[in-house]
Design a protein around this ligand. Structure first.
Ligand code: IPE
Ligand code: IPE
Ligand code: MG
Length: 231
């Protein structure tokens, strides 16, 4: 079965889970799993761009991941910089627009600056919008929005509330993929997931290949979405 190009999900979001497990199974340190995960991400990003997806959002570091050992947190903090330095050329060539969602709190100025540089460099690109959720938490995003809203003193509706979210530029998620056999949301994109189709796979993130993305999209295309209505 081929992917139906007329019925592509507009926004695919991925909880890239299982890097640690991948490493453990090989007797390697967890950070090797994160390294391999970054390689998998490059292939998926480029494949999503080739497929013609409009939005791909990936969960790279959660507001709860600070609980991990210092050595692991340090490695993860360095990954965006490493990822961009290795793949900046591809990102530009493929007309990808890079965006970031998350909190500035606890992030180093260096990381913030590097992401901002790539956002600026790719801001006119018309292809895939590739959003890195980094130091991101769904509840943090909603509370941050509520506080911003308070400053305006206005009562608002759902659409207007969206304007205060970090992810205000993103449409609702059509398809959420989580790898590594865990079936939970883990505080990802709470507002945007209201009517998403959920897809869980046992495949560990470092093993997730373009063909697996294709499989998830084909499964999505077989689903019947209702949004509370009837068929
Ligand atoms: C996902 O892999 C990457 C991040 C959360 C940063 P994990 O590191 O959570 O891998 P597991 O769940 O321990 O296998
Ligand atoms: C979710 O994975 C966060 C990322 C993939 C960045 P976790 O591994 O942190 O989630 P839990 O702890 O298993 O719920
Ligand atoms: Mg995990």
């Amino acid at each position: 079965m081929k992917i139906n190009q007329q019925k592509l999900p507009r926004h695919v979001a991925i909880i890239m889970d299982g890097n640690g497990t991948w490493a453990k199974r090989r007797g390697l340190p967890r950070n090797r799993g994160h390294r391999q995960g970054a390689l998998a991400l490059k292939d998926i990003m480029l494949h999503a761009a080739k497929l013609g997806l409009e939005y791909l959002t990936v969960f790279a570091f959660s507001t709860e991941n600070w609980k991990r050992p210092r050595e692991e947190v340090e490695y993860l903090m360095n990954l965006p910089k490493e990822f961009f330095s290795e793949h900046e050329e591809d990102i530009v060539l493929e007309n990808i627009r890079l965006r970031w969602i998350g909190s500035r709190e606890r992030l180093s100025e260096e990381v913030i600056q590097e992401i901002a540089r790539l956002e600026e460099k790719t801001k006119d690109n018309q292809g895939l919008v590739f959003t890195l959720a980094f130091n991101y938490g769904g509840r943090d995003e909603i509370v941050h929005a509520a506080n911003e809203l308070l400053k305006t003193g206005k009562e608002i509706n759902e659409q207007e509330f969206n304007n205060f979210l970090y992810s205000n530029f993103l449409p609702d998620v059509d398809l959420l993929i989580r790898t590594s056999n865990q079936q939970r949301i883990s505080n990802f994109l709470l507002w945007k997931l209201a009517y998403s189709e959920l897809y869980f796979t046992k495949t560990l993130w470092p093993d997730f290949k373009p063909k697996d993305l294709g499989k998830a999209i084909r499964e999505y295309q077989r689903r019947e979405r209702r949004f509370g209505g009837i068929k």
